[in-house]
Design a protein around this ligand. Structure first.
Ligand SMILES: [Zn+2]
Ligand SMILES: [Zn+2]
Length: 307
């Protein structure tokens, strides 16, 4: 096969455009849709936009949104302790991909339903699956195959190839977050939270802001994951833009605003655990980062209740 005919400026522009649009649409679907919008309710958008953003995650082969959210909420509740669906403490390959194959045994339909009472009202999301069965995964796979065949037939092999490469990269980005961002040998921490979460710069870039995972575990409900000036968070830029143009509301930021009762409850829970004192180390060049350990713990406690 002679590929020299492909080496033209038009081909490369087409490739770059399809790669870029696919990457952003699919990655934002996971980070801005499945994760920050559905799982953590970090911001609100009108329903039409909500479905559009979330659709990117489905076309990135993430499976049924409800099933994904149930796994991720469980991850926050049990981060790096027994019950975490994908902690690297259970093995690198387990955290990277093996966990996906036994979720049906580890999280029943009843447990999923308990995790996502807020999403069960959405009949369309329910239609895509409320379990970890092969059936819902196959539905997602077939929808994705049909979409790629349509791209190939309608836009040709260059568009198809660019779309495929971008899709593969995006598919792996959340798996890299689950793995590298919970491994001590990678990245750094801004906050001494109870789990092993880390900020890993290359994952931060690749996963459009999700690699600042230690920040995320410290402030799970925040729509903003990149906090220090160099922590580039493309998803947060998108959410900020939507907020500026009036499409996103109730955007939650990393500075928590908890009621005195909530803080008192969190302190009591902390004392009961007799956990060793958490020390928040923040960049000395960014005073905004300095949080009291009680506040971080309070956020954590609040999160356990709310997600
Ligand atoms: Zn995590
Ligand atoms: Zn999360």
């Amino acid at each position: 096969m002679d590929f020299s005919a492909w080496n033209t400026p038009t081909t490369w522009v087409t490739f770059a455009a399809w790669f870029g649009v696919t990457y952003v649409y699919l990655a934002i679907g996971i980070t801005g849709g499945y994760h920050r919008l559905l799982t953590h309710k970090s911001y609100k958008v009108p329903n039409w936009l909500r479905y559009f953003i979330v659709s990117g995650g489905y076309f990135a082969l993430m499976g049924a949104p409800i099933s994904w959210v149930a796994v991720h909420r469980l991850h926050h509740q049990k981060s790096d302790v027994p019950g975490d669906p994908h902690s690297p403490r259970d093995g690198f390959e387990h955290a990277l991909y093996k966990w996906m194959f036994d979720m049906e045994k580890r999280q029943s339909v009843e447990e999923i339903r308990k995790q996502v009472p807020d999403l069960l009202e959405d009949k369309f999301l329910c239609m895509l699956g409320v379990d970890h069965s092969a059936k819902q995964a196959q539905l997602c796979l077939w929808v994705n195959i049909v979409a790629r065949v349509i791209i190939l037939l309608a836009f040709g092999p260059v568009a198809f190839t660019a779309n495929l490469i971008a899709s593969i990269l995006v598919f792996w980005s959340p798996q890299f977050v689950n793995t590298f961002c919970h491994l001590e040998s990678w990245g750094y921490r801004n906050y001494e939270v109870r789990d092993d979460s880390r900020n890993v710069p290359w994952v931060g870039i690749m996963a459009m802001g999700e690699g600042w995972h230690n920040n995320h575990h410290a402030f799970p409900k925040s729509a903003q994951h990149g906090i220090r000036w160099f922590e580039f968070d493309a998803t947060w830029m998108m959410i900020s833009f939507l907020e500026k143009v009036g499409l996103a509301t109730d955007v939650i930021r990393p500075t928590p605003s908890l009621s005195p009762a909530e803080i008192a409850a969190a302190k009591a829970a902390k004392a009961a655990r007799a956990a060793k004192e958490t020390v928040v180390t923040a960049s000395s060049d960014n005073a905004e980062l300095v949080q009291s350990s009680e506040t971080v713990e309070a956020v954590k406690e609040k999160e356990l209740v709310e997600i």
